[in-house]
Design a protein around this ligand. Structure first.
Ligand code: FES
Ligand code: FES
Length: 166
Protein backbone atom coordinates (compact mmCIF):
# COMPACT_ATOMS: atom_id res chain seq x y z
CA UNK A 1 0.00 0.00 0.00
CA UNK A 2 1.08 3.55 -0.71
CA UNK A 3 -0.07 6.69 1.04
CA UNK A 4 -1.16 9.48 -1.29
CA UNK A 5 -2.62 12.92 -0.81
CA UNK A 6 -4.98 14.43 -3.36
CA UNK A 7 -7.26 17.42 -3.45
CA UNK A 8 -10.57 16.60 -5.09
CA UNK A 9 -13.17 19.28 -5.73
CA UNK A 10 -11.43 21.46 -3.19
CA UNK A 11 -11.25 18.86 -0.41
CA UNK A 12 -7.94 17.33 0.68
CA UNK A 13 -7.80 13.55 1.13
CA UNK A 14 -5.10 11.25 2.41
CA UNK A 15 -5.57 7.65 1.30
CA UNK A 16 -3.75 4.33 1.47
CA UNK A 17 -3.97 2.79 -1.98
CA UNK A 18 -2.78 -0.28 -3.78
CA UNK A 19 -0.33 0.61 -6.55
CA UNK A 20 -2.72 -0.86 -9.15
CA UNK A 21 -5.75 1.23 -8.10
CA UNK A 22 -7.03 3.42 -10.92
CA UNK A 23 -7.85 7.05 -10.25
CA UNK A 24 -11.44 6.52 -11.37
CA UNK A 25 -11.88 3.79 -8.75
CA UNK A 26 -10.37 6.03 -6.08
CA UNK A 27 -12.89 8.72 -6.99
CA UNK A 28 -15.91 6.47 -7.23
CA UNK A 29 -15.32 3.66 -4.77
CA UNK A 30 -13.25 5.31 -2.06
CA UNK A 31 -14.40 8.92 -2.18
CA UNK A 32 -17.99 8.23 -3.30
CA UNK A 33 -17.80 10.63 -6.25
CA UNK A 34 -19.95 8.60 -8.60
CA UNK A 35 -20.64 11.56 -10.87
CA UNK A 36 -17.60 10.38 -12.83
CA UNK A 37 -18.76 7.26 -14.69
CA UNK A 38 -16.80 4.38 -16.17
CA UNK A 39 -17.72 3.59 -19.76
CA UNK A 40 -14.98 1.31 -21.03
CA UNK A 41 -12.09 1.13 -18.54
CA UNK A 42 -9.68 1.10 -21.48
CA UNK A 43 -9.14 4.78 -22.27
CA UNK A 44 -11.43 4.81 -25.30
CA UNK A 45 -14.71 6.49 -24.39
CA UNK A 46 -13.81 9.53 -22.28
CA UNK A 47 -16.73 9.07 -19.87
CA UNK A 48 -14.33 9.16 -16.93
CA UNK A 49 -12.69 12.47 -17.87
CA UNK A 50 -11.72 14.75 -14.98
CA UNK A 51 -9.34 17.69 -14.62
CA UNK A 52 -5.95 16.70 -13.28
CA UNK A 53 -3.91 19.75 -12.33
CA UNK A 54 -6.02 21.86 -14.63
CA UNK A 55 -6.05 19.70 -17.76
CA UNK A 56 -8.45 16.96 -18.79
CA UNK A 57 -7.42 13.38 -18.18
CA UNK A 58 -9.15 10.04 -18.55
CA UNK A 59 -9.21 8.86 -14.96
CA UNK A 60 -9.33 5.19 -15.98
CA UNK A 61 -5.93 5.69 -17.60
CA UNK A 62 -4.23 7.17 -14.55
CA UNK A 63 -3.15 5.25 -11.48
CA UNK A 64 -4.14 6.77 -8.17
CA UNK A 65 -0.46 6.81 -7.15
CA UNK A 66 0.32 8.90 -10.26
CA UNK A 67 -2.19 11.46 -9.01
CA UNK A 68 -0.35 11.85 -5.70
CA UNK A 69 -0.21 15.53 -4.69
CA UNK A 70 -2.52 16.50 -7.56
CA UNK A 71 -5.44 18.83 -7.70
CA UNK A 72 -8.43 17.06 -9.25
CA UNK A 73 -11.71 18.54 -10.37
CA UNK A 74 -14.68 16.30 -11.14
CA UNK A 75 -18.03 17.23 -12.58
CA UNK A 76 -19.32 17.28 -9.01
CA UNK A 77 -17.04 20.16 -8.12
CA UNK A 78 -17.87 22.29 -11.13
CA UNK A 79 -20.54 24.44 -9.57
CA UNK A 80 -18.22 25.72 -6.83
CA UNK A 81 -19.23 26.99 -3.43
CA UNK A 82 -22.30 28.91 -4.56
CA UNK A 83 -24.04 25.84 -5.99
CA UNK A 84 -25.93 26.18 -9.25
CA UNK A 85 -24.76 24.95 -12.58
CA UNK A 86 -21.57 25.77 -14.36
CA UNK A 87 -22.30 27.57 -17.67
CA UNK A 88 -21.21 24.49 -19.62
CA UNK A 89 -23.61 22.28 -17.65
CA UNK A 90 -26.40 24.77 -18.30
CA UNK A 91 -25.58 24.85 -22.02
CA UNK A 92 -25.81 21.04 -22.25
CA UNK A 93 -29.19 21.23 -20.56
CA UNK A 94 -30.49 24.04 -22.73
CA UNK A 95 -29.31 22.51 -26.00
CA UNK A 96 -30.65 19.05 -25.09
CA UNK A 97 -27.16 17.66 -25.58
CA UNK A 98 -27.80 14.36 -23.87
CA UNK A 99 -30.12 11.42 -23.76
CA UNK A 100 -28.91 8.83 -21.25
CA UNK A 101 -26.33 11.27 -19.87
CA UNK A 102 -23.64 8.67 -19.44
CA UNK A 103 -21.06 10.51 -21.52
CA UNK A 104 -22.07 13.96 -20.28
CA UNK A 105 -19.71 14.47 -17.32
CA UNK A 106 -16.72 13.57 -19.48
CA UNK A 107 -17.96 15.68 -22.38
CA UNK A 108 -18.36 18.68 -20.12
CA UNK A 109 -14.91 18.32 -18.58
CA UNK A 110 -13.30 17.84 -22.00
CA UNK A 111 -15.21 20.85 -23.34
CA UNK A 112 -14.01 23.08 -20.53
CA UNK A 113 -10.46 21.94 -21.19
CA UNK A 114 -10.84 22.65 -24.90
CA UNK A 115 -11.85 26.23 -24.15
CA UNK A 116 -8.57 26.85 -22.36
CA UNK A 117 -6.83 26.59 -25.72
CA UNK A 118 -9.65 27.86 -27.91
CA UNK A 119 -12.11 30.08 -26.03
CA UNK A 120 -14.42 30.53 -29.02
CA UNK A 121 -14.18 27.24 -30.89
CA UNK A 122 -15.60 26.61 -34.35
CA UNK A 123 -17.77 23.57 -34.93
CA UNK A 124 -14.77 21.84 -36.46
CA UNK A 125 -12.61 22.68 -33.45
CA UNK A 126 -15.22 21.27 -31.04
CA UNK A 127 -15.52 18.07 -33.04
CA UNK A 128 -11.75 17.71 -33.13
CA UNK A 129 -11.34 18.63 -29.45
CA UNK A 130 -13.93 16.12 -28.28
CA UNK A 131 -12.94 13.26 -30.54
CA UNK A 132 -11.69 11.31 -27.52
CA UNK A 133 -15.17 11.39 -25.99
CA UNK A 134 -17.80 9.06 -27.37
CA UNK A 135 -21.56 9.39 -27.15
CA UNK A 136 -23.68 6.39 -28.00
CA UNK A 137 -26.98 8.25 -27.93
CA UNK A 138 -27.29 11.65 -29.46
CA UNK A 139 -25.22 12.00 -32.50
CA UNK A 140 -23.02 14.99 -31.86
CA UNK A 141 -24.93 17.92 -33.30
CA UNK A 142 -26.45 19.12 -30.03
CA UNK A 143 -23.26 18.43 -28.10
CA UNK A 144 -21.28 20.65 -30.46
CA UNK A 145 -23.97 23.31 -30.21
CA UNK A 146 -23.88 23.10 -26.41
CA UNK A 147 -20.11 23.46 -26.22
CA UNK A 148 -20.22 26.56 -28.41
CA UNK A 149 -23.07 28.00 -26.35
CA UNK A 150 -21.21 27.24 -23.11
CA UNK A 151 -18.15 28.98 -24.56
CA UNK A 152 -20.15 32.10 -25.39
CA UNK A 153 -21.65 32.14 -21.89
CA UNK A 154 -18.27 31.68 -20.26
CA UNK A 155 -16.74 34.43 -22.38
CA UNK A 156 -19.65 36.72 -21.51
CA UNK A 157 -19.20 36.03 -17.83
CA UNK A 158 -15.51 36.77 -17.99
CA UNK A 159 -16.21 40.00 -19.80
CA UNK A 160 -18.85 40.96 -17.22
CA UNK A 161 -16.55 40.24 -14.28
CA UNK A 162 -13.71 42.18 -15.95
CA UNK A 163 -16.02 45.16 -16.45
CA UNK A 164 -17.26 44.84 -12.87
CA UNK A 165 -13.67 44.98 -11.63
CA UNK A 166 -13.01 48.29 -13.42
S1 FES B 1 -13.99 4.77 -18.84
FE1 FES B 1 -12.20 5.91 -19.09
S2 FES B 1 -12.04 6.28 -21.21
FE2 FES B 1 -13.79 4.99 -21.00
S1 FES C 1 -26.01 10.82 -23.90
FE1 FES C 1 -25.96 8.65 -23.77
S2 FES C 1 -23.87 8.18 -24.18
FE2 FES C 1 -24.01 10.27 -24.58
Amino acid sequence: MTRITVTVDGIAYEEEVEPRLLLVHLLRDRLGLTGTPIGCDTGNCGACTVMLDGRSAKSCSVLAVQADESDILTVEGLSGDGGGWHPMQRAFHEEHALQCGYCTPGMIMAAIDLLKDDPDPSEESVRHGLEGNLCRCTGYTNIVRAVRRGAREMNGQEQASAEGAR
